[in-house]
Design a protein around this ligand. Structure first.
Ligand code: ZN
Length: 199
């Protein structure tokens, strides 16, 4: 096995479904679209769900996300990589002064019709773990610290102001803002409490 291959058993994924349009969270949903707004449901690991929901609330269009453990991330030792892929390319200034471990990246998709490559934005986090205490508890703690930093950073942004800026920049807004977010039966916090107790 290559050093940087993902070790699934260590990654311990627990996925939630989030509405791409309104950010509502579903747990073990048996549907593919949001029962409130008809938006597409996208999967997100429970450890990054709050970050993705905040991004949707700020008007960003999230297309998919990924969290994976690597034995030797960037040849710098054990680490968890988080990628949040967007359905648009955003001005770099929107993501200026990101918290530690987070950076703005780009990915490209080739159009089928003309072979043209289109660039999209992605937020990437590289979270390294201490080699000596490599267990779920410590790794999840590291992930919690870095995602909490990101949530704090996103909380400092004004959703209406951010949405106005995205429109002025020629970006497509992701969904409508939901002021009364009534999640399916359980709140995000209740769902996260439940998921974290599952083995
Ligand atoms: Zn929805």
């Amino acid at each position: 096995m290559l050093n940087d291959e993902i070790e699934v058993e260590k990654t311990n994924l627990k996925m939630l479904e989030l509405c791409q349009e309104c950010g509502r969270v579903y747990y073990k949903a048996l549907i593919f679209t949001c029962s409130h707004c008809g938006g597409k449901l996208i999967e997100a690991d429970y450890r990054i769900a709050e970050v993705v929901i905040k991004l949707i609330d700020l008007g960003f269009k999230v297309s998919w996300s990924y969290l994976g453990y690597h034995n030797n991330l960037n040849e710098q030792g054990p680490g968890t990589q988080i990628c949040i892929y967007f359905d648009d390319k955003y001005p770099a200034s929107v993501f200026g002064d990101l918290p530690p471990e987070w950076y703005l990246s780009e990915y490209y998709i080739q159009e089928e019709e003309n072979g043209q490559e289109i660039g999209f934005s992605a937020l990437v986090c590289e979270c390294y773990h201490d080699d000596n205490v490599l267990d779920d508890k410590n790794m999840n703690f590291d992930i919690k610290v870095t995602t909490s930093n990101m949530v704090t950073w996103l909380n400092d942004k004004d959703p209406e102001g951010n949405r106005a800026f995205l429109i002025l920049s020629g970006c497509r807004l992701g969904g409508n803002r939901v002021f009364e977010r009534n999640d399916e039966v359980m709140s995000l916090k209740e769902i996260l409490d439940l998921v974290s107790k599952e083995v």
